[in-house]
Design a binder for this molecule. Structure first.
Ligand code: APR
Length: 188
């Protein structure tokens, strides 16, 4: 794993690190899925490739039993991790960027909030996020990273069950943006 930047928030460590989220061994890794939950490209494709068909089978079951019309934007569901190092995958659907006046920021915040709440409700201790919506969905990372970090920090105020929350960035530019953002927000 590349060098990580850690911040302590009460009993929770926030970690910003560059790498491939499918390599991470946190209790859960978060997938930037689409409403169908049937896989796709980007991190969705990587997770299904590395995790194997068991994950897709669970997603099909979730669609059948809970979300026949697809998972709404901002919601989160959980499956096993298949052959990934992580025990679980939390699938969430980020907003598609439409210029910033269609409620994208609140929908993106819901992705982080609902994923964290789901991890906590399952008694998980650690979770890793990719930069949701900043790839195919076109959300400018300069704005998305603030929503991601502030939402996580607000959620973790007074939280003592989640021990570690990671933000795993796939390239150097994104990593630097998140590192700078975390440094500024923590100093506030
Ligand atoms: N590990 C960590 N981050 C990754 C990885 C990986 N293996 N692969 C891609 N990323 C990063 C991208 O660089 C981007 O910063 O994840 C971020 C989100 O990009 P996307 O995966 O394109 O996700 P998103 O923008 O939310 O679009 C979701 O794309 O793959 C499809 O099925 C998915 O339709 C959905 C849409």
């Amino acid at each position: 794993m590349d060098e990580a930047l850690d911040f302590q928030l009460g009993s929770t460590t926030l970690r910003v690190v560059k790498g491939d989220i499918t390599e991470h061994e946190t209790d859960a890794i978060v997938n930037a899925a689409n409403a169908t939950l049937m896989g796709g490209g980007g991190v969705d494709g990587a997770i299904h490739r590395r995790g194997g068909p068991a994950i897709l089978e669970e997603c099909k079951q979730i669609r059948r039993t809970g979300w026949p019309d697809g998972l709404p934007t901002g919601k989160a569901v959980i499956t096993g991790g298949g052959t990934l190092k992580a025990r679980y995958v939390i699938h969430t659907v980020g907003p598609i960027w439409r210029g910033g006046r269609a409620g994208e920021a609140e929908l993106l915040a819901n992705c982080y909030r609902n994923s964290l709440a789901l991890a906590r409700s399952k008694g998980l201790k650690s979770i890793a996020f990719p930069s949701i919506s900043t790839g195919a969905y076109g959300y400018p990372i300069e704005e998305a990273h603030e929503v991601a970090l502030r939402t996580a920090i607000n959620f973790l105020e007074g939280e003592d069950r989640l021990r570690e929350v990671r933000f795993v960035l796939f390239n150097t530019r994104d990593h630097e943006i998140y590192e700078r953002g975390m440094t500024c927000i923590i100093k506030d």
